[in-house]
Design a protein around this ligand. Structure first.
Ligand SMILES: *Cc1c(COP(=O)(O)O)cnc(C)c1O
Length: 419
């Protein structure tokens, strides 16, 4: 598409956007009486206006029924986790019993590692991307140490080539090949939080399996962003949070995927709790743990209904669209962002930066700024742009198809060029 740097052009694209009505379903933060240019849906998605009704419903049932709300409420809390399987499985490309909503992201990552990182003396290494999100680095480090391995020896990081900012799939596959006799787990993010690179999860999984390892993914930046096909790609497990592209509120509940082939494997060790026990016997308080079929068998605790109510509000919206539809908008929206950024740099000598996000990406664009990066970021903030600064000098922007418009992007370009 041939882009133009004009409001008229942006408004015209908005007029043709079949998703344009969804913006009104969210609260947009305000600045000087106008909508902010909100580009941080990759960090905290905006609040669906229906969230309050969803929470209010549960508060009402609690007030009205007390503990009986577990069975008598409109959405009985005893079954609450089940109200997510259908919606969430659609978002991540899974079968319904392969997903569950529970806990927080890093907790779920550890729970999955308990089952799927089973190192032996010969096969104990974890291969991951270099510069992964800190929580994932700490999780891998502590897991390796927990099993008695030295971090430096057990955790292999794949880094970009000299002078490059993102990873080549061939290099990832080569590192797996290089460690083919010693790798136990290949653990990548779906979309790299810093560079915005979307990894080829299918190829990485296939290679991991070829050498006899398992493949897991942290989809914090991929769930609700990319078209995912976890089941078909044969991924062993995955985890994600609901508060980034899934708009479910700060610290909102997380999700986990366990592939069908592990659904009933009694050999898999796991940490257990009463909510993962077979439902028919959950309240019989019997000895002997028998897990539920599939991912729900990894639950520990009863559902945190208030935060899950917000997630339900958000998923009501995801139920109305497909990830393909969202993707169909996010690709040109992000391309337009890249265009206005490059236009601004072309017309303003004070702007010097490099885009470090490759074409394989979702909603995000990351730019590596020069010396005046922080001043530039402050300029954006002062003029009503909410973007994200990452040390040492990267600005991340994520236009989200559900609530960002082409006009947002045009306005952003004007503010940027004005620096
Ligand atoms: C956002 C994010 C997290 C955050 O973890 P929480 O347990 O939800 O605090 C972890 N890993 C990655 C890759 C992330 O992007």
């Amino acid at each position: 598409m041939q882009f133009e740097n004009s409001r008229e052009f942006a408004l015209n694209l908005d007029g043709q956007d079949e998703l344009r009505g969804y913006r009104d379903r969210f609260f947009i933060p305000q600045h000087d009486g106008k909508d902010c240019v909100y580009l941080t849906g990759n960090s905290l998605g905006l609040q669906p206006k229906s969230a309050i009704d969803r929470i209010q419903q549960e508060l009402n049932d609690w007030a009205k029924y007390g503990v009986e709300g577990h069975f008598d409420g409109k959405n009985p809390w005893f079954h609450y986790h089940k109200f997510f399987a259908q919606s969430v499985s659609k978002v991540v490309g899974a079968q319904e019993h392969e997903v569950v909503v529970m806990n927080n992201l890093t907790v779920n990552l550890h729970l999955m590692m308990v089952s799927f990182y089973r190192p032996t003396k010969e096969r104990y290494k974890i291969i991951m991307e270099g510069g992964a999100f800190p929580s994932d680095q700490y999780a891998m480090e502590s897991q390796a140490k927990f099993h008695g391995f030295a971090y430096e020896d057990a955790v292999i990081e794949v880094n970009p080539r000299e002078g490059e900012h993102h990873l080549r799939t061939e290099d990832i596959l080569q590192v797996i090949e290089d460690h083919k006799d010693s790798v136990a787990l290949v653990m990548f993010s779906g979309v790299q939080y810093y560079t915005g690179q979307a990894f080829n999860m299918e190829a990485i999984t296939a290679k991991a399996h070829e050498v006899g390892a398992l493949a897991g993914f942290d989809l914090a930046h991929a769930a609700g962003n990319l078209v995912l096909k976890l089941h078909d790609w044969d991924v062993d497990f995955a985890v994600w949070c609901s508060y980034k592209y899934m708009n479910s509120g700060p610290g909102g509940v997380s999700g986990a995927f366990v592939h069908d082939r592990h659904a009933n494997n009694p050999e898999l060790p796991r940490f257990a709790g009463w909510w993962g026990h077979q439902e028919a016997e959950r309240f019989l308080m019997k000895k002997g743990y028998i897990p539920e079929h599939g991912a729900p068998g990894w639950q520990l605790s009863n559902a945190p209904v208030m935060t899950m109510a917000v997630h339900r509000a958000s998923l009501d919206i995801f139920d109305e669209v497909t990830m393909e539809q969202l993707n169909k908008k996010s690709v040109p929206l992000n391309a337009y962002l890249q265009y206005v950024v490059e236009e601004a740099a072309r017309t303003n000598d004070a702007l010097s930066f490099e885009i470090i996000t490759p074409e394989e990406r979702g909603c995000q664009l990351s730019v590596l700024t020069g010396e005046n990066g922080k001043a530039l970021f402050d300029h954006l903030t002062k003029h009503g742009v909410i973007a994200d600064w990452r040390e040492p000098n990267v600005i991340r922007m994520a236009p989200v198809p559900l609530y960002n418009s082409f006009e947002d992007i045009y306005r952003f370009g004007q503010i940027l060029a004005d620096f």
